[in-house]
Design a binder for this molecule. Structure first.
Ligand code: FES
Length: 165
């Protein structure tokens, strides 16, 4: 992993924050570490194809997830939906390089948030964005994760579990 790139992304994350006019939003949470990543996408048409015009994210708790999401939201600009669907956590980490074993799931959460947003598509945007706005009010994103996960947010043993929301 490239430490200089990591430190820069943490100190100055790109595309951080909610996107008011998003076409799609996707969220994943991980009860093991209590972190979650939410990604917003805005689409446009280019040469008759649907491409990602811009992407933004929120993440709580984990600097690696913030760094990967920062990289990913930059790299997603101009990609077609099909291209974005094919991107793995490794692709999305880009210049960060390979993540250490303990941090692999951080990148997978970013991939999961992207895939969730792409699956949601434009058809559900109004409902999803409204839900995000409510979640952002009180008790906040992290509280919303615990609330959404219910008992699953409690102490757990075993494999890491990523929950699509
Ligand atoms: Fe869980 Fe990074 S430690 S997302």
């Amino acid at each position: 992993m490239n430490e200089a790139v990591l430190n820069d992304a943490i100190a100055n994350p790109r595309n951080l924050g909610e996107m008011a006019d998003a076409d799609a939003v996707g969220t994943v949470g991980n009860p093991e570490c209590g972190d979650m990543v939410r990604m917003w996408l805005k689409f446009t048409e280019k040469d008759g194809r649907k491409v990602i015009d811009k992407a933004s994210f929120q993440s709580f708790g984990c600097q690696t997830a913030i760094a990967v999401a920062s990289m990913a939201t930059e790299m997603l600009k101009g990609r077609t939906v099909e291209e974005a669907r094919g991107m793995t956590a490794g692709d999305l980490s880009g210049p960060l390089g390979a993540l250490p074993p303990m941090k692999i799931h951080c990148g997978q959460m970013v991939e999961g948030a992207l895939k969730a947003a792409l699956e949601g598509g434009e058809g559900v945007k109004a409902e999803k964005v409204e839900k995000v706005e409510k979640a952002a009010a009180v008790p906040g994103l992290q509280g919303n994760l615990a609330e959404s996960l219910g008992e699953a947010a409690g102490p757990r043993v075993g494999k890491v579990k990523v929950v699509l929301q």
